[in-house]
Structures are given as structure tokens and as C-alpha cells.
Design a binder for this molecule. Structure first.
Ligand code: BES
Ligand code: ZN
Ligand code: ZN
Length: 481
């Protein structure tokens, strides 16, 4: 991981040539206290440029003896998404200046507003540069010196946002990594690096999984359990992730065009890992267990064939009609294992499960499928507050029966329509009594466009959402059957 932004929280302004960063409210109101003459010249320049302080607009002014970066904040800058977005835009505008070195003088902002603004700037500064042999780090780096009384690296809110950033960055890194570098064994090793945060990490290899009867998941696989025990004896909230480090489709081979995208078919596992990293880093006072199923889906002499019947850990048999519908097989065993071993108060699984969810919802929302309207409400609220938005999709008997097989308990695909829904119904068959939600994030794990706080590429979608879900946890019931 790398961050283009170097943040310096200090009383002292930098020396030499730098950009003075000023937030500007509606009506060209200058937020920091500046000297009279300085303020007057800025007001004149804003007038000429017709800069009014509209939220999110930025303007760089190269004046005779100083450079200013003005960032509009509208009527009032609120903590949360508003401040994060402004921070992201501030970073991008600062990066575009000649100096790339900024100083933000005291603005008298509330501490939470400041922490969120800096968090947004760090999210925007993330980039993945592992495989460039030539990087000019001097040219690429951006520094922002921030002077705000009481705000320093030891401040609790700054440390909290830093831990959350580490989680998001970890998830983004995992998604960016190509499949020849990040395969199940390596992914599991990366998970182990989180142990110093106070997590219990267990890696189940193939013989261990075979012993448990995980016939749906097997292959070159690993199952990783990451257990955060911040909440004493309570039952944990369980997070479960699909971690297909590359999805060729297997014997039901995918077409060549765009197949490289399938390196991010582990976006669900990355989100779970990043969320656990953030929650442990923040030392949240709850029990949360993350379980990820890691496999590569490859054609090979020993690969599963269409028509094969496998037995899942739950004992149910599955006729594999299409080997490209592999994620649900991985999750079938991971969900059953998690539910029976941990008896969680709820399970949320994340998966880049179907192309069909992109047909339904495009790239704006992830699809949410659940057996609990109460859990849906908690998740939707967390999604709105983090801009990792969810849209609830239907389920039910009419869809579920499309999975009927003539030779086994079920097929692994339904009919030609409603593919995301039949996939969810398949998963539901491996959940007994626990309130459960499945988030299909196939449209969200990767983005070809940047937003203020999410640079294009691996988005880390789900980390902020799950982090917020745990923070705002309330017990939920599953719907009456
Ligand atoms: N990993 C894919 C789903 C996917 C598609 C993720 C596009 C991200 C972007 C999944 O394993 C898959 O191949 N699903 C099939 C299911 C079908 C065979 C029933 C699909 O969506 O076509
Ligand atoms: Zn597939
Ligand atoms: Zn897949």
C-alpha cells in the first residue's frame, strides 16, 4: 500500500514555497482567520473568479507572494460523508498544484469534522504502485501540514480514522493484486499479518477442510478464520467472504474478453479482511468473527465437470451444472461452518457473486438479500451513512424452486432470468436459523471511475459499511417463516 498524501499534524507551518489551504463558506466567507490585507486580496480574487464557496468547488490562486487553494464548503461543513468528500476533493486539488505542498491554518473546526476531513483526504491519496519499477516518489508525493489546536497523531479520533483507513487500504490492496501474486496461500499469509492487532487467526488447509467434509469448497483452497474478541462472552457477529482469487469459470470457461477482471473475484473476502483489520485496529468492544473461503477456479485435469455431484459440509448434495457458478459453492461451506461453529447472532456475507446483479442495479448499489427485515434496516442505514449503498432484492419460494435437480438436492444454477436471486436462494439453503444477509458486490468491488474518496481500481467496498454496522449494532430477528 502506498499513500500519496503525507499528513503532518503540527503547530508549525512549513517553510519555503507552499499552498495555503482555505475552506470557504457560502457567500465567499473565508473560514480561517486571516490578516486583513490577505483576506481583502482573496475576496477580490474570488470575486473575479466568481468563486462563491459552493460545496465541493475548488479554486487555486497563484498570487504574487502566496498560493491559495480555496475549497468551497457551502453553508456548513458537517462531520461524516460531507467532511470526507471535502477532504477528498482538497487532496485532488492540492495534488494538481505546482507545489503539491499545502498548509491548512487553524480553521476552528470541530474535532470530528477535522478527523473526517483528513480521513477523506487519506482515502483519496491511496494508490497501488507495487509493480511499477520506476516511481519518482518525490514527484508523486503530496504533503499537507495541518495546524489545528488539539489535533495531533495521538488524538483518539485521528487514531480511530487511521485504523479504519488501514482496513480500507488493506482491502483495496488485496483487490488490486494480480492472481499470480495473490493466490489462496498468499492471501491466508496476509491475513496472518493481522495477528499483532490482537486477533486470533486460524488457517484451515485442504486436509483440514476435507476432514470437515467441505466438498463444495475443495480445490487449491484455504479457509481463514479471523476472530476479534472485544466483547467478552457475547455471541459474535459473523462476516463471511467469497475469496475466488481468480475465476476462469473452470471447465465452463469464461470468454477471454475482460477475463482479467476476475482477479477481483475475491472482493468479498477482501472486504471482510479489511473490516476485521479496522475493527481490531479500533479495538471495538464487540465480538466479530470473519471467515473467508479462498480458492482459484481453474480448468485442469482434476477440475470439477459440469454434471458432477458434490456433497457440502451440511450434508446436502449439489449437482454442478455450471462450474462458473463457483462462488456459491465456496460460500455454502463457509456459511455452514460459521453458523455451526460460532452460533453467531447474525451472519453477513459479501461476494462478487453474479454478473446478473450488474444487469439489475448497475454500478450504483450492491444487491442485498436477507431473511431478516431488521438486519436489512441496519445494513441499509449503515450503507447510506458510508456511501456504500445497498438495495434490497426479493427472494422466496418461487425463485428457490428453480434450483430443483433431478439427481441431487439442488443444482448450482437456476434458469436464465433472475440469476442474482436464485444465487441468493442457493446460499439461503445453507443457513439454518440465523439472521443472515448476502450482499452481491459484483458491481462495486472495482471501479473504472474515481469518486472524491475512492480512486479508480479496487474500491475496498464493504469495509466502511461493515465497520459502521458493527458500531451501530442492535440485535435482530429473522423473519417469521
Ligand atoms: N465471479 C462471477 C460473477 C461476476 C461477474 C463478478 C462479473 C464480477 C463481475 C461468478 O462466479 C460467475 O461467473 N457467475 C456467473 C453465474 C452463472 C454461471 C449462473 C455469472 O454471473 O454469469
Ligand atoms: Zn464464476
Ligand atoms: Zn466468481
Amino acid at each position: 500500500m502506498a499513500n500519496k498524501l503525507k499528513l503532518i499534524l503540527s503547530e508549525n507551518a512549513p517553510t519555503g514555497d507552499f499552498v495555503t489551504v482555505c475552506l470557504i463558506g457560502d457567500g465567499a466567507r473565508i473560514v480561517p482567520r486571516l490578516e486583513k490585507a490577505e483576506a481583502a486580496s482573496l475576496i477580490a480574487a474570488m470575486g473575479k473568479a466568481q468563486f462563491t464557496g459552493k460545496s465541493g468547488k475548488t479554486l487555486t490562486l497563484y498570487m504574487e507572494d502566496n498560493t491559495y487553494l480555496l475549497v468551497g464548503i457551502g453553508e456548513k461543513l458537517e462531520a461524516g460523508l460531507d467532511a470526507e468528500t471535502i477532504g477528498g476533493k482538497l487532496f485532488t486539488a492540492l495534488e494538481a498544484t505546482a507545489q503539491k505542498r499545502g498548509h491548512m491554518p487553524d480553521h476552528g473546526l470541530a474535532e470530528d469534522v477535522m478527523a473526517d476531513l483528513l480521513f477523506g483526504a487519506r482515502l483519496a491519496g491511496y494508490h497501488f504502485e507495487e509493480y511499477f519499477t520506476e516511481t519518482d516518489s518525490a514527484k508523486e508525493s503530496v504533503s499537507l501540514n495541518v495546524t489545528a489546536p488539539g489535533i495531533n497523531d495521538e488524538h483518539a479520533l485521528i487514531q480511530d480514522r487511521n485504523a479504519l483507513f488501514e482496513g480500507v487500504a488493506m482491502a483495496r490492496d488485496l483487490v488490486f493484486e494480480p492472481a499470480n501474486k495473490l493466490y489462496p496461500e498468499v492471501f491466508a499469509e496476509r491475513c496472518k499479518t493481522l495477528a499483532p492487532l490482537g486477533l486470533e487467526i486460524e488457517v484451515l488447509d485442504e486436509p483440514a477442510m476435507q476432514k470437515l467434509g467441505m466438498g463444495a469448497l475443495l480445490g487449491e483452497s484455504r479457509l481463514v478464520v479471523m476472530n476479534w474478541k472485544g466483547g467478552g462472552d457475547e455471541a459474535p457477529v459473523a462476516l463471511v467472504g467469497k475469496g475466488v482469487t481468480f475465476d476462469t469459470g473452470g471447465i465452463s470457461l469464461k470468454p477471454a474478453k475482460g477475463m482479467e477482471d476476475m482477479k477481483w473475484d475475491m472482493g468479498g473476502a477482501a472486504a471482510v479482511t479489511g473490516a476485521i483489520c479496522a475493527l481490531a485496529g479500533r479495538k471495538v468492544k464487540r465480538n466479530v468473527v470473519g471467515v473467508i473461503g479462498l480458492v482459484e477456479n481453474m480448468p485442469d485435469g482434476n477440475a470439477q465437470r459440469p454434471g458432477d455431484v458434490v456433497t457440502a459440509m451440511s450434508g446436502k448434495t449439489i449437482e454442478v451444472i455450471n462450474t462458473d457458478a463457483e462462488g456459491r459453492l465456496v460460500l455454502a461451506d463457509a456459511l455452514h461452518y460459521t453458523e455451526t461453529r460460532f452460533k453467531p447472532r447474525a451472519m453477513v456475507n459479501l461476494a462478487t457473486l453474479t454478473g446478473a446483479i450488474l444487469v439489475s442495479l448497475g454500478k450504483e448499489y450492491a444487491g442485498m438479500f436477507t431473511n431478516s427485515n431488521e438486519l436489512a434496516a441496519l445494513l441499509s442505514a449503515a450503507g447510506e451513512r458510508t456511501e456504500e449503498k445497498l438495495w434490497q432484492m426479493p427472494m422466496g419460494e418461487a425463485y428457490d424452486k428453480m434450483l430443483k435437480s433431478h439427481i441431487a438436492d439442488m443444482k448450482n444454477i437456476g434458469g436464465p432470468y433472475g440469476g442474482s436471486i436464485t444465487a441468493a436462494c442457493f446460499l439461503e439453503r445453507f443457513v439454518e436459523n440465523t439472521p443472515w444477509a448476502h450482499l452481491d458486490i459484483a458491481g462495486k468491488a472495482w471501479s473504472d471511475k474515481s469518486t472524491p474518496t475512492v480512486p479508480k481500481g479496487g474500491t475496498g467496498f464493504g469495509v466502511r459499511l461493515l465497520n459502521r454496522l458493527v458500531d451501530e449494532w442492535k440485535d435482530v430477528n429473522r423473519n417469521e417463516k
